[in-house]
Design a protein around this ligand. Structure first.
Ligand code: SF4
Length: 363
């Protein structure tokens, strides 16, 4: 991977170490549990080394505070309000098939942007006919998830790197001479593995890849380097989450496609230049690509955007709903537009900010 990064740099770009949510613990005396395995990205971590909400927040909180209770297999069905509709007075929850009700001075919804919108829409009542906290008609709208493309560069030489997801390139964020708009970010995917190939191959190649025996797929996988290209999709009120007859509908039409296509073509030409420099070009090098479908919602954001105007936004700048005084939504829902990078670090930063605000408010 270092050789690839060096080659990219020689072309005049600025590859950098991709920030990753793993427990590397560079500044800690504790040994990192991360073994830099080849199933990073897209697989659960079996040694608890991903720096996710469970590892970084829930487990330590459970250990540190005796007044913290974690309920699993519990699904919040609806939020109920007072007669005025201004406060949440009950959280109706299904726990192992039984209804339970919870009350609290403050209720924080953090289900991810799709399911947070779903919970608000399902909680419509006499005072909130169009969905809870939805006087703006913005709950569920402006759903975004990045326009995403996976590209595999396939060579004759074996790629021995066990932990590939390390390089990022942001040079194309500044567009190109005849296109002065952000085109997006390039980063590695995790390792391409034989078992993943049938599901992730481009549609035209998928039937062929499925027919290959595992060993042949493995031969291809170990000669591959995966790349992930993402472009901001723009907020569109028609890209939205709806609940119809208690079923979740996701209406999504990708936009900003020209920027995404340009990024794909530009990066493919970079890969070809690298390949030529490394004399990989003969007898072949291939760059199959696959546009991620609607189901790929790992970068979900939007649906309850924040703002100062209650007519055009769902949340105020502290992520409290404009319409309900003790209700907050703290996840990717608040984004008014997408980010040029993966949204998680911004979600975490905003969560810490709102957490500080609530701690101060509650003294
Ligand atoms: S899956 Fe592997 S690389 Fe990822 S955090 Fe866990 S041990 Fe580290």
């Amino acid at each position: 991977m270092q050789a690839i990064a060096d080659n990219i740099r020689e072309l005049g770009y600025y590859p950098f170490h991709l920030p990753l949510g793993l427990k590397l613990n560079e500044r800690s005396s504790t040994k990192s549990p991360c073994i830099r395995c080849d199933t990073f990205d897209g697989y659960p971590c079996l040694v608890g080394a991903k720096a996710d909400a469970e590892v970084n927040a829930i487990r330590p909180t459970r250990e540190a505070y005796s007044n913290f209770t974690l309920l699993t297999n519990a699904k919040v069905l609806r939020l109920h309000t007072s007669e005025s509709g201004r406060e949440i007075t009950g959280v109706e929850t299904d726990i192992a098939g039984e209804r339970h009700w919870f009350t609290s001075d403050i209720v924080v919804v953090a289900c991810g942007s799709i399911n947070s919108a779903v919970l608000l829409l399902r909680s419509a009542n006499d005072k909130h006919l169009n969905g809870l906290a939805n006087s703006s008609d913005q709950v569920g709208r402006n759903f975004m998830k990045h326009v995403e493309t996976a590209i595999v560069s396939l060579h004759l030489d074996i790629n021995h790197a066990n932990f590939q997801k390390t390089i990022a390139v942001n040079d194309f964020y500044w567009g190109e001479p005849d296109f002065p708009y952000p085109m997006g970010m390039v980063q590695n995917t995790g390792n391409v593995l034989a078992d993943m190939m049938p599901a992730e191959a481009p549609p035209l190649m998928a039937p062929l890849v499925k027919l290959l025996p595992h060993q042949e797929r493995h031969l291809l996988a170990e000669r591959s380097v995966g790349w992930w290209l993402q472009t901001e999709d723009l907020p569109d009120p028609n890209n939205r989450i709806r609940v119809v007859d208690d079923k979740i509908h996701v209406d999504y039409t990708a936009n900003n496609n020209e920027a995404a296509y340009r990024l794909v073509h530009r990066w493919t030409s970079v890969l070809k230049s690298i390949s030529r420099a490394a004399q990989h070009v003969l007898p072949f090098s291939l760059y199959p690509r696959s546009h991620l479908p609607e189901q790929a919602v790992a970068h979900q954001c939007g649906t309850c955007r924040f703002g100062t105007d209650s007519k055009t936004s769902v949340l105020d700048l502290n992520c409290r709903t404009h319409d309900v005084e003790n209700l907050y939504v703290v996840d990717g829902s608040f984004f008014p537009s997408n980010a040029g990078v993966n949204p998680t670090l911004t979600i975490m930063a905003n969560t810490l900010r709102v957490g500080d605000y609530l701690a101060q408010k509650l003294k």
